[in-house]
Design a protein around this ligand. Structure first.
Ligand code: TYD
Length: 135
């Protein structure tokens, strides 16, 4: 088992005197080809999201504005990390229960995903997830 559930990658910054430019590309910050991009923004104050795991999907989450706390659980241990930088990405592989809490009002969370949307890849029941990772 990995020593940490939180895998952060540096997003290369190519800003200059004109302003900021950040790059996520295959072989750089992105360890997988991207088939889908979505972003979460305008989150209702106090709302938490997620509460699911994936069987196969890989994701890179970048909080390009504001902040959010990501909670990861592998069936035994839970770890949290605050994403508040456009220069850091959180890699989430399969077999991790994720929750998103404490969205700032200005939070924009970009998610780069390895597959198209597939409801069949989701595990939305926590007890079912625990059984899934147990074997
Ligand atoms: P949901 O999985 O509930 O979001 P979260 O995990 O952030 O709480 O997704 C909200 C809705 O959007 C749900 O009806 C499924 C749909 N959806 C898509 O159609 N495509 C996508 O890529 C994603 C992530 C969600």
């Amino acid at each position: 088992m990995s020593s940490t559930l939180v895998h952060l990658v540096d997003i290369p910054q190519r800003g200059d005197a004109r302003g900021q430019l950040a790059v996520a590309e295959l072989g750089g910050a992105l360890p997988f080809p991207v088939r889908r991009v979505y972003w979460i923004h305008g989150t209702t104050p106090g709302v938490s999201r997620g509460f699911h795991a994936h069987k196969k999907l890989r994701q890179l989450c970048v909080c390009v504005a504001g902040s959010v706390r990501m909670s990861l659980f592998d069936g035994r241990r839970e770890e949290s990390v605050i994403l508040d930088s456009h220069a850091k990405g959180l890699l989430i592989g399969p077999g991790l229960w994720r929750e998103m809490h404490d969205f700032s009002p200005d939070c924009v969370l970009m998610v780069f995903a390895s597959t198209e949307y597939d409801e069949g890849d989701y595990i939305r029941d926590r007890d079912q997830f625990i059984r899934h990772v147990a074997g």
